[in-house]
Design a protein around this ligand. Structure first.
Ligand code: URP
Ligand code: ZN
Ligand code: ZN
Length: 466
């Protein structure tokens, strides 16, 4: 007996059509009109949209002072069935071993959505770089390096970014960068704090648009010299996005994502009174509205490929976590929760306002992230043979985002008070019902690692060379 999802209006990144979906075990085995219901469990979804489970390629658990996977069911309630998490490399631990250890300690039996892992080179050495070629053997084909965070263990110099670009391409591993100029930020931060400008509203001034654009261009030059693909995470502004677009148009394999908050919030949030601005401190910072508008354009025109949440629910939330920076904005732990709201924000403020089409919504929230992560078509599409990760979406629901409905484990919600049009009425993960109308109804800790295949999306233009 299978699960028959009947009469749904199926949305993919390319198309929209009414059909039935037959699921057998964990997979979609048929998509057709009028599949015989005999012997199947039937879920009639007439007048509902049906789209692939969201793939959030950019989340943080257990790093950057964030909460762990015990809060990861928040993703499923928001229609995201796969998360892409960044794995910290502790000092002295091999890059590949960092994945094996992380999985044992933090994921097995704890993660609830499925997950794909990105490595992070944090202990740069010839061994770490050489280890890049071993990453696909543990299901990892993307590795992030941080150009920002001077004085913190995350930071690596250009030497290692360039070496990683050169080595990564030997094994089809995508190099991702956090592009902000660490030295400029360090100088500006110290200056602002010395001047007594310690409140969150000065945070943006410490990390200007051009410090991001400069690092983005530098990373692009390094990729160009290395003749390697590059993926720039969390792009926030016009200058950086235009550098990516220009490089791509020049024939380079340079791609970038933005994140929900750079499309929904602006720098005025940092100036909220009573230290409330700290809730919105994240790296890179929120930008002026003109950049926010540009992010929508960049997504619409395909200049940026996807939208992650950069979910990072700080331990202790606002009252005990963010407060650490009460007297010094540079000590505010960066990051905010957002995995549960990503699809709702993009639907409500994108699809419902006519800023993006339903196809674009699926493209940037589900399909392209799966491709970037090397897990397509297992994830990110409604196709025969794909995992039965399916969202049944009621577009008529009307609500307001509130932390009381959040499972993120934080004491605040980044999108508190924002409208929510539509709801994930049913969410299936590999054929099992896990969430219904904002409530988690599955079993905790049943998430599986999705093995990422090398030579993923960012290697498209390298196909002929292989
Ligand atoms: O501030 C943020 N986004 N925290 C997560 C770390 C990062 O750089 O992605
Ligand atoms: Zn980052
Ligand atoms: Zn991040």
């Amino acid at each position: 007996m299978g699960l028959l999802i009947k009469n749904g209006n199926i949305i993919t990144s390319q198309n929209e059509y009414i059909a039935d979906i037959l699921v057998e075990g964990e997979k979609i085995i048929a998509i057709a009109k009028d599949i015989d219901p005999e012997g199947h469990e039937v879920v009639d979804v007439t007048d509902k949209y049906v789209f692939p489970g969201g793939v959030d390629e950019h989340v943080h658990y257990n790093s950057f002072n964030s909460l762990g996977y015990e809060t990861s069911h928040a993703a499923l309630v928001g229609g995201t069935t796969t998360v892409g998490d960044f794995v910290v490399q502790p000092a002295g631990v091999g890059l590949r071993d960092s994945i094996i250890n992380y999985k044992k300690e933090f994921l097995d039996g704890i993660a609830t959505p499925d997950y794909v892992l990105h490595g992070i080179i944090m202990d740069p050495s010839e061994e770490s770089v050489t280890d890049l070629v071993n990453m696909p053997s543990v299901g990892v084909s993307s590795v992030k390096l941080f150009m920002a965070y001077k004085g913190m263990p995350y930071y690596v110099s250009d030497e290692w970014i360039f070496k990683a670009l050169c080595k990564g391409k030997e094994a089809g591993v995508t190099i991702m960068v956090h592009a902000e100029n660490a030295d400029i930020i360090d100088v500006l931060t110290k200056k602002l704090i010395a001047e007594g400008k310690t409140e969150p509203k000065y945070f943006g001034d410490s990390r200007p648009v051009l410090s991001e654009a400069e690092a983005t261009s530098r990373a692009i030059y390094m990729a160009r010299i290395a003749d390697a693909p590059l993926f720039v995470v969390h792009v926030t502004n016009r200058e950086a996005a235009e550098a990516i677009r220009a490089a791509y148009n020049d024939g380079l394999s340079v791609y970038g994502e933005t994140c929900t908050h750079y499309m929904m919030l602006n720098d005025e949030n940092l100036a909220k009174p009573n230290f409330e601005g700290a809730k919105y401190v994240c790296n890179p910072p929120l930008r002026p509205q003109s950049d926010v508008d540009f992010m929508w354009e960049a997504i619409n025109k395909g200049w940026l490929t996807s939208v992650g949440s950069d979910h990072c629910a700080i331990m202790g939330g606002f009252t005990e976590g963010k407060v650490k920076g009460k007297n010094d904005f540079s000590k505010i732990p960066p990051g905010s929760p957002g995995v549960q709201e990503r699809l709702y924000m993009l639907w409500t403020y994108g699809v419902e306002t006519g800023r993006i089409t339903r196809q674009k919504f699926v493209e940037v929230c589900c399909t392209t992230p799966a491709k970037v992560c090397g897990i397509y078509p297992q994830k990110g599409d409604i196709m025969i043979g794909s995992d039965a990760d399916i969202v049944v979406f009621d577009p008529n629901y009307r609500g307001v985002i509130s932390n009381k409905d959040s499972l993120s484990g934080s004491d605040y919600c980044t999108y508190e008070g924002y409208k929510q049009k539509g709801i994930a009425e049913k969410v299936f993960l590999r054929g099992k019902l896990v969430a219904e109308n904002g409530k988690f109804v599955g079993e905790l800790g049943k998430g599986k690692q999705v093995m990422s295949k090398p030579y993923a999306y960012c290697y498209e233009k390298f196909k002929e060379q292989r």
